[in-house]
Write a protein that binds this ligand. Sequence first.
Ligand code: E4P
Length: 214
Amino acid sequence: MKFFIDTADVKEIRDAADMGLIDGVTTNPSLVAKTGRKYVDVVREICELVDGPISAEVLSTDYEGMMREALEWRDVHANVVVKLPLTPDGLKATRACSKQGIATNVTLCFSANQALLAAKAGATYISPFIGRLDDISEDGMDLISKVVTIYRNYDFDTEVLVASVRHPVHVLQAALIGADVCTIPFKVIDQLAKHPLTDAGLAKFVEDARKIPR
Ligand code: E4P
C-alpha cells in the first residue's frame, strides 16, 4: 500500500519524507487555508520535497472553471494530480482530463456508486472519505471494501485512495482490504511506528548493553 501524507504543512511533509516512507501528498482547500499561504506556492514547495503524486484541488465548482484550473495545475509540475469533486460537473471534468492525459483524484466520495462513476469517468484515484462516514455512524471501511471489490470485478485502473484517515486502525484495515493508497495525517504516521513494548524493550536493551564488557 502506498503512503501519501494528508497535509499542506511543509514542515510535516519534510519530516515524514525524511523517514523515506512517503510516496505522495494530498492537499485540500481547508488544509491550505491553515497555512496562510497561496495554494500554488505551497504545491510548488511540496513538489520540491516529494517526488511522487501531489494532489492539488480545484476551487471552482462549475465544469468550465474546473477545467481552467486543471490546466493551470497541470502546468505547475509534472507530478501534480488535479483533485476534482465528485459532482456531475466534477465527473465531466474528470472525463475531459482523462482524455487529455491529466491525472485526477476524485474527492469527496461517500458511496460505492459514486466511486463506480469516477472509475467510468477515467479517474486516476478515487478518494472515499472514511473518517467522515464514521463520524455520522456509518462504516467508512465498509465503503472501501465495496469499492475495491467493484474495481476488481471490472478491472478498473482507478486506484483506491483511502482518505479522511483518523487513526492507525484505519491504516491497518485499509491494508488488509488491499487498498492501493492510504493518505494519512502526520500525527497518525507518527503513531504507526509506536508501541509501548518497543519502548520498554529498547530501554531494557540499552540498560543491559551497559553491562556488556567492552
Ligand atoms: C483527502 O484527500 C482529504 O484531504 C482528507 O483526507 C480529508 O480528511 P478530513 O475528513 O480529516 O478533513
